[in-house]
Design a protein around this ligand. Structure first.
Ligand SMILES: Nc1ncnc2c1ncn2[C@@H]1O[C@H](COP(=O)(O)OP(=O)(O)OP(=O)(O)O)[C@@H](O)[C@H]1O
Length: 334
């Protein structure tokens, strides 16, 4: 799948294209304006069933607005949304029971305990009829998000990380087919971030499609299979992460004797640091270069294709955060 999006130009066939049922989220020409400001601008999003989709963009680029529209919490100015095969917002009530969501930080009653909050959520959800199993469901999701040991303290005494986990527990209550999470690791320490990542990978392996927004490139890179990059409301890239991080046409050579390697390879060496050389690829690829080096007595620790980093791609496609650039235009200090 490769869908580098057009920066301008309308999609003539947009209205005529049938809905792709392999997609759990699809938007066409989705636009949201707040007054004169366009927060989301003509976005065609494609989230495949089973994907871990990372919606990446700088602060103020429109991620939260997009997520809120997907859940029917904000109405679009223009465009169409289909989630799990149903149009949103007109039939959002039919799909919400299959979606676990956490938007703009977890919402909870601060004077109640985490368990009491989950019990209220559970009672309001589609499983409310199975009240006898409520306690088990709550313990199961608390365990999954690493809050199995919480006591009766009210949520107002929780750290931001604990609230985030509680929000995630709430999103998991109904074993959703689709998880929509806005900045799910906000406020977590590195240990917590890793736990949430492992949990999302585990849920995804069991069949849940994961859509998450983040401004954290490393988080998307470590977790996602597909990435959508948004910049000032526009989707500037949507592709599989493997394709985005495609080969650069160079090879990375690690050797205990970089001087000998550099002498042998001459002008093919594009960069050099410590025991690593970045070399223009020649015909035959890594095997031919490895043979050439070893035949000339250059010992090798490793030799791999160099791949573009997600960071390089994103920086080349995006500007500074839209809030920053707007502030600059208005003469304020960033
Ligand atoms: N209700 C609103 N009224 C007016 N402007 C809004 C409203 N909600 C969002 N915006 C503006 O729309 C733009 C996109 O905001 P949004 O919160 O969607 O961005 P974001 O990518 O989620 O940012 P962050 O990463 O900082 O949360 C911003 O410039 C924001 O100020």
């Amino acid at each position: 799948m490769s869908r580098e999006t057009e920066r301008s130009g309308e999609h003539a066939d947009r209205g005529a294209r049938p809905i792709d049922t392999a997609l759990v989220i699809e938007t066409r020409g989705l636009t949201k304006r707040f007054g004169h400001h366009t927060a989301v601008d003509d976005v065609d999003l494609h989230v495949a069933e089973g994907a871990r989709y990372g919606f990446l963009g700088p602060n103020g680029s429109g991620k939260t607005t997009m997520v809120r529209m997907l859940l029917g919490l904000v109405y679009a100015t223009r465009g169409e949304i289909t989630v799990l095969g149903r149009p949103v917002p007109s039939r959002v009530a039919e799909v919400l029971p299959e979606i676990g969501a956490m938007v703009e930080g977890p919402a909870a009653y601060p004077h109640l305990s985490g368990r009491a909050n989950l019990a209220l959520l559970d009672a309001a959800g589609p499983r409310r009829r199975h009240a006898r199993r409520r306690r088990d469901r709550i313990e199961e999701v608390l365990e999954r998000v690493g809050l199995g040991a919480i006591d009766r303290r009210p949520v107002r005494a929780y750290s931001l990380g604990m609230r985030q986990r509680l929000g995630l527990a709430g999103a998991l209550l109904d074993r959703p087919r689709l998880l929509v999470l806005d900045e799910p690791t906000n406020g977590l320490d590195p240990h917590g971030i890793r736990e949430v990542r492992d949990l999302l990978i585990e849920l995804n392996a069991a069949g849940t499609t994961v859509f998450l927004s983040s401004h954290l490139l490393a988080e998307i890179e470590a977790l996602c299979t597909t990435v959508g990059v948004v910049d000032r409301g526009r989707l500037v890239l949507e592709d599989d992460l493997d394709a985005v991080r495609g080969p650069t046409g160079r090879l990375v050579v690690r050797t205990p004797d970089p001087d000998a390697a550099a002498r042998l390879l001459g002008r093919a060496v594009a960069e050099r640091y410590d025991h690593t050389l970045v070399v223009d690829a020649a015909p035959g690829g890594p095997p031919a270069l490895a043979r050439h080096l070893v035949e000339h007595g250059v010992p090798l620790d490793g030799l791999v294709e160099q791949r573009r980093s997600l960071e390089d791609v994103v920086v080349s496609l995006t500007g500074p955060g839209s809030d920053t650039s707007r502030a600059r235009r208005n003469g304020a200090r960033p």
